[in-house]
Structure formats: C-alpha cells, structure tokens
Design a protein around this ligand. Structure first.
Ligand code: GCB
Ligand code: CA
Length: 916
C-alpha cells in the first residue's frame, strides 16, 4: 500500500507532515463522504527497542535477553561502521520490538502490520507467534495479525510485535554484490492497518488492492479503468457497491462508476470498473503534472455506509519509444534527461525521513531534468509520489546486479520482487519503465569464462531468468515498457541474447573513465544504432568521480578532479543531445553515496555525482542547469572552490591568473572582478570561460548578461604566494604542498589550500630529485587509490614523491613550524578486486610488496627522524605526520634533507607555517 492511498477518508497519522495531511483528510471527508472512518492506517515508528545479536545465526536465534536500546524508525544499524577504517560492516542479525496498544474495538477489524522496507530477511512475530516472513530489502510487505492479537478488558490492549532481521549475504536473494552498501535495519516506515472485514484486497503483495490503467488517452478523451479485488472476511454474505469517483484538482467529480456485488462469506472477488471517458482531459507532463485522483469506496448496500476506501493518483498521458526518433509523450518528442539516485544520506545511512527522499526529486526538477532512474532497487514510496507531483518520468528496477545465482530460490525471489515492485508502484503515473537487471554480466562467477562450456551455460541461465521476468512484467503491466541495463561489453550481452529480450536497452557507459577515452562514448552509441537499429536505447549511466576538494588545470582521466568530471559531462551531453535515437539518459549519480568497499580519494564514497553528499551543487549540476532550464540562468562555476591558492605570475607581480567557468543559457557573459570589467565571453555549449587575475585576499566575481536579466556573484578567497618567498610586498605566511601531485586540494574545514609540488628554484620552494609515485598496474595517473588509514585527507597521502633528496623553501628569517606527512604506499598488502572494476583489471590491486625502505630526515641540518621505516612509524597505508620547529637564519630558509639508508626516501606532504 502506498501512503497516498491512505490520505483520503481514512485516519492518516504520520508524525512529520501530520497537520498537512490531517487538513487534507478533513477537507476531503467533508467534500465527498459522511464523516466516518473506515480503514485506519497509522505509522508506528516511535518507541522501538533494538538489539544487535552479533554472532547469532538467522535460523537458530532467540531474541536477546539484553542489549536493547531505544530507537525510532527509520533505523539502520550500519550508519557508522560503513565509514570507519575497518573493512566491512555488520552483516548479521538484529532484533526490533515494540509494544502496540490496540483498541479493543479492533476485534471486529482485520488488522495488518505493514513494512515499507526492511533489509533484507525478516521474520515478524506477534505475541510470540510467527506472523510472516519476507525476503528482499527494497519492497514493502504486510501480514495479517488479527489472529495473534490479545484483546483484554476495555480500552487499549498491550500486544508485542517482534522483528528478527538480517542483512547477511544470502546467495538466493539479490543483490549478490554491488557498488553500494547493503545497510541492515527497518529503514522505512512501519504502519498498522485496521480495516472493516469487507475491504479492498489487503493480501496482494502489499499493494493497495486496486490498479488503475488508462488504456486510451488523447487530447479529446481519456479512459480510466479500476481493477482490483474485494475481500469479505466476515462470516456472512454481503451485498456491496463499489463506487469509484474521478476527481479533478478542484475536487469536482469528472467521471464515476458504480458496481454492485454480492460476496459470499470469506470470498475474495475480482472487479473491474471502466469509467465513462473524461472529455478534454488535462494531460500529465513534466511541464504540467496534472493529477486527478480516483477515490474508490466499498459501500454497504443496506446501511448505505462506506466500509472501505482507497485513493489513487491518476495522470492522463500516453507515450512511446522509437528506436530512431527517441521518446514521445502525449504525441510530442521529449528527450529524457535526468539522473540515477541511491537512497542514502551522510550520517543517516539508508534510514531517511520522507522529506530527504522528496528533496532529491526536487533537486532533479531544479536541475531541469525530467527523468529518474530509481536505481538499483525500488525506493521509499515518497520518491514516486514526488515524481508524480513534480512531473519526473521514472524507471524502477529490482536489484539483480552484477551476477545471478543458478538456483530456483534465486529465480523465485527475483520473480517475487518484480511482482511486488510492479503491484506496489502500479498506480504511479510517473512510472514508464520496469527494469530488472543491472550489468548482470559484470561478474562472471568463479571459473566461468564467456567462451567456455560453463560460461555458455551461465549465459543461457541469465537469459532464462530475463525471459521469465520479461514475461511476468508484460503480463502484470502490458502498458509499460521493460528494460535491461547493461555495461559496455556489447558483444557479451549480445552473446547472451539479452538486448533482444526486453523492449528497451539501457547502457551504462564509462568510456574515458574506467577504460578507453571520451570519444569511445559516441562510437558506442553509433555502434548500437547500427547493430540494433530497432532497439530503443537509453544511456542509463555515465559519470566520473569528482572530489570537490580536488582541482586541476590539466585534468586527466581518473584524477578525481572537478575539472575532469566537467570535461566528461561536456563530451557526453553533447553526444547525447546530437543523437535523436538516444531516447534518454541518466547521470550516475544525483548525489554522492556510500559504497563501503570503495577506497580512492574519499574512501567508502562513490562521488560520481552532480551533488555532494549534503546536496551542494558541483559544477556539473550547474552545467546541466545551463542546458535544461528554460528561464534565464547564469552561475559562476567552482562555487564550492572559494578558497584558492597560486603563485604570482612574476616575482614582482601581485596576481595569479586562473580559469573560471560560468554556466549559462544566455549567448554571452560579462565578468567583473571587484567591480572591474574583465570583458565579455561568448557562451560555448553552456559555458563561458575566463582567465581571472586573482589577487591576494577576497576577490569578488560578478557574472552578468546583457539586459541584466540574471546575474551571479561569488567571493573567492585567494592565497597568493610570491615566487620570491622573501618578497616584502607579499609576506610569507604559509605553504602546504601535496607531493607527487598535480592537483590542488582545498580543505574548507581547516581553511587550507594544498598546492601541487614543483621543482626547487632559488628564491622559491620545491623538491630536489626523485620522481612522482604511481601505483603499479593501476589506472590512476599518479599516486595510489587505496584507503589511507587514520586520516580524512586520503588524497594528500595517496600521492608522494619517491627518492627525493631535499625539500627547500627560501623563506625569510624567522620562526617556523614544519609538518611532514608520510604514508607507505608501496610495501602494502594487495588490495581486493572490487566489484565495480568495469575494465576488469588492476584497480586497487597489483601493489606488489616492494623492498622495505629506511631513511632519515634532517631539518636545517638537524636530524629530526633518525630512521623512518616499517620498524618505526611507516606502517602500510597508515597516515603519519610530524610537526617540528624550525628557525630560518642567515637567509638560508628552510631545508629538509632526506637520507636513504635502504630503498628510497619519500614524502607525501609538507606544511610550512611562519609563527613570527
Ligand atoms: C556502474 C554500476 C553502478 C556503479 C557505477 C560506478 O556501472 O551500475 O552501480 O556505482 O558503475 O560508479 O562504478
Ligand atoms: Ca601527496
């Protein structure tokens, strides 16, 4: 059952938007029916007890006697352990319990407990008796519990509900592996439902028992059909009427149908109501997401009283995909553009309040997007509700990711999930596609190769599962499209026959990221169109990592800078827009999300996204706004990069030129720096580019367009370094250098900027000797991509200079503090092969154990560290830093010497700060 089915007529009680919903309830109650509550639906999120039963087996467990803590739902037990330096997170049993206070007059009602989602295997007990089991962490489930309830005395009776849950790995339940975190817990809302014995079916895969279709819609007329089942759980035959009224936004009834039925005692009966056509319907579209609502009631014929009621949103639209021309909505061409979305949020894991789910859909709307791939699993009902309201078209999928298990149990769980997803999401007009596999051939099981016998058998099995799910989906919902989403191995998916099975082909393409170069993207699209000319195509994923702290003026593949990601999106969006046969595309991903097994610049986080974890825009978000928004738009890029540093152009100049991009849908942009006109630049594909001469301190940038319809302003704090460190015009204050690095790193929290290394030149600073470290066999252009332990500044420690003999800074005489940063990157244990390694080799691996090193460090000739080695402080992948005092005397500046005793010396970062 979806929340929107409960807000009319029934009593709706949910803490966060209580008054809003209540007003709606009251209003509608007055308008359409006598004031009488039939179905009661109330959330029961507060006052639960939780106990983690570490070490307990799911099969043989008994509820823990102790260790209960007070929590409220939504809840996950993995909010913290997915971020720490310990590999892995708790995947085992957890228990929840709560006392329910049940009104004694519910004795006459049919009571259900309803879970929007709990990851991933659940057993629910009521007063010690098993009420039901559910497998799968992303779909809703509900169980009848009347027969287990105790009704003692009058008023409220205490009853206990106990839930045993596990998020252990289970080879029979998808997902088996994936690039996201499988948080355990009851992480969505839980409800109690109490209905009259005569009610719309409550035993149909947690759907609301009614299904809306719109078999014929045009500008002139629309047909609406309501199908479903009615249950008579009472002991006597009942004569009832089903009345469905279609209401417009002014609550005017625009169509209605009444059906009379006689139900035997205990009978469940199907019904179907074809409503008289709606003339001149208001159509639903991204620009105008007009929603009608269909309110269906069961009325007792004798008493004329309503017994049960459900309400469903109705959007009147028609659509089609075409392999040559793309997508059409209501007869008009519409390029589908949007993002994917995961359901987590920093600090909360997957246990989000509805408002945060809704906010993400709003952020897609504000992007100018019209399309959401709800990946890789069905999400909170709030997501599709928001899509309906905001006019975002959606594809929803079950989490068959990377691989399948060849077992009947796995196949059955897939079928059940697909059925649950479809029946629970059926009445959302925003949904246009049901999807059921994501990159299912990414991880061929052990010993299986595409061209050996077991490999061929495995591909046959995968295709068999796809055919089962395809048939099921077409039977369940013939009006919507089906899709399988593949990774870029065209031949392999063709070999398995997958593109022929579903109606649409989704491709996740990362050319220029995991492998190949940026031009490979357009080549792939054209190849699909040539080889599969009748198969409509969507680019279901594309994106590049970007850590907003990292910037580069020479962006390179895999450097994780914003600038490389910007380039990536520019090339991809252009290719998408230029090709009418590309029906739609989804950026990977709307926001940064947790993937516990990931390492890289921000361990545990996948940051291929348009927004940061806390939903601040990256440049790429502004870039899409410039292309998609229809109202005048201008925004200065790098707006999160408001703390910059750089070296003055010459030893006597007082500025440093750096590029700034402005994103706009206007033809040209004028940029002003502290009120001074820097000129006007034409816009090329959404971007106007400037070279800005930044001076030390605050630089106010203002972008404006002709006619001043829009403008934008950003203050950038610039730390200008002189190339002559003894310069009186620019007195030296501090220097932070990331060795072995070509990027700058801005740390907003500490208000520090780290600049890339450079070679020493007299009067200035830099290193002497050595070379940039690059992890062997890895695609990173320099440095390592391993998780560095004991720091949040992984990017600084992941890069280093090897074999250097000296670092010098010709600072003026005075008292200084020097901090030296090290991490052993070479003599380290081999990293795991991670599942998202799309190129199939090298990531995090191959760091063979190198010969051990030992070296000493001297500052201004004084030995400060006699031996840095694995025996002292250099533990594998462990961040370690030393702060030492240093005086600069007799114009000698600061000299740090490295003396190798064994192997090569190295340095990852250095900070020099003038005290006085
Ligand atoms: C993919 C997967 C997605 C990953 C993404 C990535 O192709 O479908 O789950 O997160 O690539 O970032 O590697
Ligand atoms: Ca470094």
């Amino acid at each position: 059952m979806r929340k929107n089915s409960k807000s009319v007529g029934g009593l709706f009680y949910k803490q966060n938007n209580f008054t809003h919903k209540l007003l709606l309830v009251l209003l509608l109650t007055l308008l359409i029916m006598p004031a009488q509550a039939q179905r009661v639906v109330q959330s029961i999120n507060a006052n639960w007890l939780f106990s983690k039963a570490e070490g307990q087996e799911f099969a043989s467990s008994v509820a823990p006697a102790s260790g209960w803590e007070k929590i409220s739902l939504p809840h996950t037990w993995n909010a913290a352990d997915v971020l720490d330096d310990e590999p892995g997170y708790y995947r085992g049993v957890g228990w929840y319990k709560k006392t329910l206070h049940i009104p004694t007059d519910w004795q006459r009602r049919r009571v259900y407990v309803y879970f929007e989602g709990a990851n991933q295997e659940a057993e629910v007990f009521v007063n010690g008796q098993l009420a039901g089991r559910h497998a799968g962490g992303y779909t809703a489930f509900s169980f009848p519990i009347s027969q287990y309830l105790k009704f003692t005395g009058t008023g409220l009776a205490a009853n206990e509900v106990l839930v045993k849950l596990t998020n252990r790995h289970n080879a029979d339940i998808p997902p088996l592996s994936a690039d996201f975190t499988f948080y355990g817990g009851i992480y969505r809302d839980v409800y109690l439902v109490a209905a009259d014995p005569v009610h719309f079916d409550l035993d149909n895969h947690a759907s609301n028992g009614t299904f809306i279709t719109t078999p014929a819609v045009s500008n002139e007329a629309a047909e609406v059909v309501v199908s479903g089942a009615l249950t008579n759980a009472s002991g006597a035959a009942r004569k009832v009427t089903v009345l469905t009224q279609l209401l417009d936004q002014n609550s005017q009834v625009v169509s209605k149908r009444q059906t009379s039925l006689t139900l035997k005692a205990g009978e469940k009966r199907q019904f179907q109501q074809k409503l008289p056509p709606v003339r001149q319907p208001q159509l639903w579209s991204p620009d105008k997401p007009y929603l009608y609502r269909a309110v269906s009631q069961v009325l007792d014929v004798k008493k004329k009283a309503p017994l049960d009621e459900v309400s469903n949103p109705v959007g009147l639209r028609w659509y089609r995909f075409d392999a040559t021309e793309g997508f059409f909505l209501n007869g008009k061409h519409l390029k589908l553009i949007g993002t994917n979305r995961h359901q987590d949020f920093p600090g909360l894991g997957n246990a989000l309040p509805d408002a945060l789910h809704e906010r993400d859909v709003e952020l897609i709307k504000q992007l100018g997007g019209n399309f959401l791939r709800v990946s890789h699993y069905p999400q909170d009902p709030a997501v599709l509700q928001a899509c309906d309201r905001l006019g975002i078209l959606a594809s929803v999928e079950i989490p068959i990711v990377n691989a399948i298990t060849d077992s009947e149990a796995f196949f059955a769980n897939c079928r059940t999930m697909q059925t649950e997803m479809i029946r629970q999401g059926f009445n959302h007009p925003s949904v246009i596609i049901w999807t059921y596999m994501n990159e299912v051939l990414l991880r061929l099981p052990e010993g299986i190769k595409r061209d050996n016998e077991p490999g061929r058998a495995y591909l046959t099995k995968v295709a068999e599962l796809a055919r089962q799910l395809e048939a099921l989906t077409r039977r369940e919902d013939p009006a919507r499209y089906t899709m399988i989403v593949n990774h870029g191995d065209f031949k392999l998916y063709q070999q398995a026959g997958l593109p022929a099975i579903a109606q649409l082909a989704g491709w996740n393409l990362y050319s220029g990221w995991y492998s190949g170069d940026l031009s490979g993207f357009a080549q792939f699209l054209d190849m699909h169109h040539r080889e599969l000319p009748t198969k409509p195509l969507l680019v279901t994923e594309y994106g590049a990592d970007s850590d907003v702290r990292l910037h580069s003026f020479q962006p390179q593949r895999f450097d994780k800078t914003s600038e490389y990601a910007n380039l990536f999106h520019l090339v991809y969006l252009k290719a998408i827009l230029e090709r009418p046969f590309v029906a739609g595309s989804n950026v990977w991903n709307l926001a940064e999300f947790n993937s516990e097994t990931r390492q890289e610049a921000v361990p545990h986080i996948n940051n291929k996204s348009l927004l940061t974890g806390d939903r601040q825009p990256k440049d790429a978000y502004l870039f899409y706004q410039a292309h998609l928004l229809k109202t005048p738009f201008v925004k200065i890029g790098s707006r999160g990069w408001t703390l910059r540093a750089g070296t003055a152009a010459t030893s006597d100049s007082l500025y440093c030129r750096q590029p700034v991009e402005v994103y706009t849908n206007q033809p040209a942009v004028q940029l002003l720096l502290n009120g001074r006109n820097l000129g006007t630049q034409p816009t090329e594909f959404g971007v106007a580019r400037f070279q800005v001469p930044f001076s030390n301190g605050v630089n106010q940038l203002r972008a404006q367009v002709a006619g001043q319809v829009v403008s934008d302003q950003v203050d950038i704090n610039f730390q200008l370094l002189s190339s002559n460190l003894a310069s009186a015009q620019l007195p030296f204050t501090e220097l932070n250098v990331s060795l072995g690095d070509e990027r700058t790193f801005t740390d907003d929290r500490l208000h520090q900027v780290w600049v890339p290394e450079q070679a020493y030149t007299p009067g200035s600073w830099g290193c002497v000797g050595g070379k940039i470290y690059k992890q062997a066999g890895n695609r990173v252009p320099y440095g390592s991509d391993r998780n560095i332990l004991g720091t949040e500044y992984d990017a600084i420690y992941e890069t280093q200079r090897l074999g250097l003999t000296q670092f010098r800074a010709d600072v003026p005489d005075g008292e200084y503090e020097v901090v030296l940063h090290f991490a052993e990157l070479e003599a380290v244990p081999q990293g795991e092969q991670l599942v998202y390694n799309l190129a199939g080799s090298g990531i995090n691996g191959n760091a063979s154990s190198k010969q051990e090193r030992a070296f000493s460090v001297l500052v201004n000739g004084q030995e400060v560290m006699p031996e840095l080695s694995a025996k002292t402080y250099l533990l594998p992948l462990q961040a370690v830093s030393f702060k030492v005092a240093a005086s600069a005397r007799a114009k000698q500046g600061i000299r740090v010497d490295f003396k190798a005793q064994q192997g090569e010396a190295m340095l990852n970062g250095i900070q020099i700060k003038r005290l006085y």
